[in-house]
Design a protein around this ligand. Structure first.
Ligand code: SF4
Length: 340
């Protein structure tokens, strides 16, 4: 897979202030009475060939962010540039062709594969959607080439999803994403529906494919231990916002944000003697329909101060490219990050 000229290095994806609000309607006339702030000003960039893990609890907006980046749901505000081009401005045939550059692997390999379609039809669907195949024989040839790359036999073209195990079905989902030779693959909780014994196999396959095909991943997960094995950098989301972004090692070795610290305290470690005390957060994640003022995390934060409920914390630069949005660091005279 050869990158287009001039795109060998540098940003493949650049997301700025991405915002996704869903209107809430009620009453006889279905008037808009509120907004669910699912994604609330999210910014990150992906270098070609790297993997960014996007983690957080259920309902934090990570999957909505992934879908919005790929234009699978409407975006309220912000910008998404892919290979330097404005993805949100693309329409019709331009967008259809651009889709061969980015694909998605969905969470549930049981629900995401149509049980009435054969492997050839499922995996080959993006070839027709993007105009990369013109005939069934053309499609079958491309599908038969991609199946062995994900560990499936090329002879299973005419078989149906029910004939495969969960892990094999997810390999079919991965083949469907890769068949159009994308640069960017967004993986939305790709192993969370699989048995633990199969999860490692699929993660290893994804890591191997990334190296061999020079892929770039946005890896969405709620499980930090899954993200640790495959990510170069990790972004932690809470209630629609990225609260911390750092290299994998910096995030796991020296987390800055109290929410990240609590998430890490729940991750199992091989040697229990090295385990830090588990921090159990009080309460549930608040509703994105009515998020708390100031720092959204303040009602659950063990370090909350007066200012936390009044004002949004600015993003603060830690060491290197480590950044976190928390008043603890703003009060230590660390430097707020200037927006471009
Ligand atoms: Fe906790 Fe305040 Fe930091 Fe938010 S800004 S994480 S409430 S200390």
């Amino acid at each position: 897979m050869t990158p287009p000229s001039g795109q060998e290095n540098g940003k493949l994806l650049d997301v700025r202030d991405l915002t996704v609000h869903f209107p809430v309607r009620s009453g006889l006339l279905q008037r808009v009475t509120g907004q669910v702030k699912a994604v609330d000003g999210v910014s990150f960039a992906l270098e070609r060939g790297e993997t960014l893990g996007l983690v957080g609890e259920s309902g934090c907006g990570k999957s909505t962010t992934a879908r919005a980046v790929l234009r699978l749901i409407p975006v309220t505000a912000g910008s998404v540039r892919f290979r330097g081009e404005d993805l949100l401005a693309m329409e019709g045939e331009t967008l259809r062709k651009a889709r061969s550059g980015f694909q998605m692997v969905f969470q549930d390999p049981y629900a995401s594969l149509n049980p009435r379609m054969t492997v050839a039809e499922i995996v080959g669907e993006p070839l027709f959607n993007t105009g990369a195949a013109k005939s069934r024989s053309d499609r079958d040839e491309r599908v038969a080439t991609i199946l062995p790359q994900v560990g499936l036999d090329a002879s299973c073209l005419r078989r149906y999803p029910f004939e495969f195990s969960g892990g094999q079905r997810q390999r079919i989902g991965i083949a469907r994403a890769l068949v159009v030779s994308p640069d960017l693959v967004v993986l939305d909780e790709p192993v969370s529906a699989l048995d633990v014994s199969v999860q490692a196999q699929v993660i290893n396959l994804l890591a191997e494919l990334r190296e061999r095909l020079r892929l770039t991943y946005l890896f969405v997960a709620h499980d930090l231990s899954v993200v640790k094995h495959i990510s170069d950098r990790v972004a932690v989301m809470y209630l629609g916002r990225i609260v911390e972004l750092a290299s994998r090692d910096d995030l796991f070795d020296a987390p800055m944000h109290p929410y990240t610290v609590s998430l890490l305290s729940a991750v199992p470690v091989p040697d229990p003697r090295n385990k830090s005390k588990r921090i159990v957060l009080s309460g549930d994640v608040p509703s994105p329909l009515n998020p708390p003022s100031g720092c959204h995390f303040h009602p659950r934060c063990p370090k909350a101060m007066d200012i936390c409920s009044r004002e949004d914390p600015p993003p603060i630069q830690g060491s290197g490219a480590h950044e976190a949005s928390c008043w603890l660091y703003a009060q230590q005279n660390r430097h707020p990050i200037q927006k471009e």
